[in-house]
Design a protein around this ligand. Structure first.
Ligand code: BG6
Ligand code: MG
Length: 217
């Protein structure tokens, strides 16, 4: 029986994955590193630091940057990203998200946010979703996805076994994290990309309630 659902934020609850991509691409372009949407799949779900390391490695220039310089690049990207999401509000919630939250609440299932993003609390508040959320994982001192730690932190917070949890993710790294945590994984996106998920739907609004019904029993 399911007792907790851990939602990723970016690309699941709202389409911020586009703003993350724009901000990373702007930064990469400024360093003459060309990244495309295919490469971006490997950045989804990955922490800010790990993402910049991936980009610099991809451009074969990682060794040219000191830790301090990497930190500066992280700040440039985040300042740009924060500008891009500054006006996010209820209109940016993906279709079907609130219905799902209401469904889980009705069934006494806890709702947590398991995002790698340090901007998650800001977005949750601005989209006025905090009323539904029982816990937001703080990713700061946890190993990033694909490590299972973010998902396990949510389960541990409530003392719930991972086998009684669902994780919902749009990223390859996130599905790996959920599977390693021992939770049921629901992928949102392309079936070919998220092939390791237990279930995959094109969008969160298309999650099959009949399948959920079996899990919450
Ligand atoms: C994840 C996003 O949710 O959070 C990544 O999918 C992002 O693209 C990561 O890099 C970290 O986010 P932030 O907002 O702390 O830089
Ligand atoms: Mg995501």
């Amino acid at each position: 029986m399911i007792k907790l659902v851990v939602f990723d934020l970016d690309g699941v609850i709202t389409e911020t994955s586009e703003q993350h991509f724009i901000a990373w691409k702007t930064l990469a372009d400024s360093k003459n590193i060309v990244i495309d949407r295919e490469f971006n799949e490997s950045l989804k779900g990955v922490s800010r630091y790990d993402s910049i390391v991936k980009i610099l490695k991809y451009g074969n220039v990682l060794d040219d940057y000191s830790k301090e310089e990497v930190k500066k690049l992280m700040k440039i990207k985040n300042d740009n990203y924060v500008k891009l999401i500054s006006k996010f509000n209820e209109d940016n919630i993906n279709g079907g998200v609130e219905d799902l939250f209401i469904y889980f609440k009705k069934n006494n299932i806890k709702i947590a946010i398991g995002s790698a993003s340090r901007n998650a609390p800001f977005l949750i508040k601005n989209m006025k979703l905090d009323v539904y959320i029982d816990y937001i994982v703080n990713p700061l001192n946890l190993d990033g996805k694909p490590s299972p730690d973010i998902f396990l932190d949510a389960a541990n917070h409530f003392g719930i076994s991972p086998t009684e949890c669902i994780g919902i993710e749009d990223a390859i790294s996130g599905i790996k994290a959920i599977n390693t945590a021992g939770m049921i994984s629901i992928g949102i996106g392309d079936k070919k990309i998220l092939k390791d998920a237990d279930y995959v739907y094109d969008s969160i609004g298309e999650i099959d309630y009949k399948v959920l019904e079996e899990m919450v029993k």
